[in-house]
Design a protein around this ligand. Sequence first.
Ligand SMILES: NC(=O)C1=CN([C@@H]2O[C@H](COP(=O)(O)OP(=O)(O)OC[C@H]3O[C@@H](n4cnc5c(N)ncnc54)[C@H](OP(=O)(O)O)[C@@H]3O)[C@@H](O)[C@H]2O)[C@@H](O)CC1
Ligand SMILES: Nc1ncnc2c1ncn2[C@@H]1O[C@H](COP(=O)(O)OP(=O)(O)O)[C@@H](O)[C@H]1O
Ligand SMILES: [K+]
Length: 504
Amino acid sequence: MEVLLTPEEMSEADQRTIRGGTPGIELMDEAGRAVADTCARMMDHVAQVLVLAGPGNNGGDGFVAARILKKRGYPVRLLLLGEASRLKGDAATARDDAANAGVPIERLNLAKLPERLKEARLVVDALFGAGLDRPLEGDAAQVVHLVNERRAKTIAVDLPSGVSGGSGAVLGEAIRATRTVTFFRRKPGHLLFPGRELCGGVSVADIGISADVLEEIRPRTFVNDRELWRPHWNPPTVTGHKYDRGHALIVSGPAVRTGAARLAAVAALRAGAGLSTVAASPSAASVHAAHLTAVMLKAYKDEEQFAAILADRRLNSVVIGPAAGVGEETRRRVAMCLDGERAVVLDADALTSFAEEPEALFASIRNKTSGGVVMTPHDGEFARLFPDIAAQASMSKPDRAREAARLSGAVIVLKGADTVIASADGRAAITENASPWLATAGSGDVLAGIVCAMMAQGLPVFEAACAGVWIHGQAAKKAGPGLISEDLLPVLKDVIAELAEDRA
Ligand SMILES: NC(=O)C1=CN([C@@H]2O[C@H](COP(=O)(O)OP(=O)(O)OC[C@H]3O[C@@H](n4cnc5c(N)ncnc54)[C@H](OP(=O)(O)O)[C@@H]3O)[C@@H](O)[C@H]2O)[C@@H](O)CC1
Ligand SMILES: Nc1ncnc2c1ncn2[C@@H]1O[C@H](COP(=O)(O)OP(=O)(O)O)[C@@H](O)[C@H]1O
Ligand SMILES: [K+]
């Protein structure tokens, strides 16, 4: 399980290490050395390196890298943004060490920068890192603009300057790096867009901070990797019964909109639910009947009959929303699904139906005594249900999802290229195994079915949602470029088979 540290948590890791007896300059030396090593690896011969240093400790790392590269025989030049007298503490020490080692240090001059960039084979971006706290403007923004324009090979120290480590947002203007070297642990901004794209490849260097500090910091942000949830996932036992693996129920839309429910229902079965049933009106059921094989079908004429289906407690996990239709009927069905012990996935129209009265939905979720609830909004659906949270532009995606989870009581899957899963207890996971080919009609329906299956199989709700999102991403990788949603269904078998093999 990989934890991610916000800039505040990283600063705490630094401070605890320093209080534990490791001087800050030693951490900075290690950080700068890691940057110098990466520079050397990225150049096939000894050539000019240009280090751009900022006014804080990120700049300090740049001074160390310049000094080490100089000692290793690289022609190095360092340009300092702002006055040398502004440098304090470890960064000032690093500047003095670099000057003593003979590194040419100049004040960064915008007019001369294009010439300097032309001479360099590699640029080290040590302008701003974790301490960036406002948008770049003026000279700083100009420097970034000129570096990007030159398209030089660029190594970012800790973060591409201008990218927020906490949110991945671009504050003003940001460096587009070829590679980013960060320290101790990755930060959310390395995984969240647009930051992820601006980092290039990311390497993590050990700078002498012990993993023990994490026990005190207790980070709450994770990479959605297998290790996060796999301890809760089990293949069928040797003598297992299908009911041991749960029974997924998918509530269908009307006769002209049945495909979404089928995608979810087949996905649920493929993702390991022991049984999967579609519940549909008689006219929708006659369409389904021509298409469904292993998935079962139950028709209901009215609310009473719908209630009778829900009364079967073996149907322990339900999806409602895909192509359900927006309005009062869906609101009533959602309330009925939430009333009981089963787990519930609320997707698409089940979310939009409550745009006018989200509080009513959240109250039903909070009143639930057992069985988890997962909501799977994309940004548009999120903004309809949580307008106040969505309006807070400076909030990171994990924090927005956490806030929504706290407000609603549900686990939130906030979808996109960097899907975030968050729970009311403050945990949030960022997904990095998705494929852009998932941006295709019906792929969200498949996801809802997979998450439903994970809850049917008894995974705790946060882990079920994380597992569902990861498996969805993995299926897209297997289906490959050009996929449509149907293609995700058969390859789910391979994803599950690999999980079972690893587990064995
Ligand atoms: N011991 C440690 O802690 C270790 C830390 N390490 C390294 O330190 C980095 C963090 O260092 P940091 O905290 O000094 O912040 P940093 O990223 O250099 O920027 C702050 C400076 O920028 C300025 N500034 C901010 N925004 C601005 C803007 N928009 N436009 C203009 N100016 C702006 C701000 O100035 P001010 O707000 O006072 O104007 C301040 O001077 C971290 O990323 C890692 O590389 C490693 O060496 C390992 C050990
Ligand atoms: N650019 C992208 N890269 C990776 N995954 C994406 C991208 N765009 C969308 N997705 C994923 O595809 C799915 C789309 O779901 P959704 O928006 O509900 O579509 P639909 O309603 O058509 O099923 C989500 O799981 C989302 O995270
Ligand atoms: K940087």
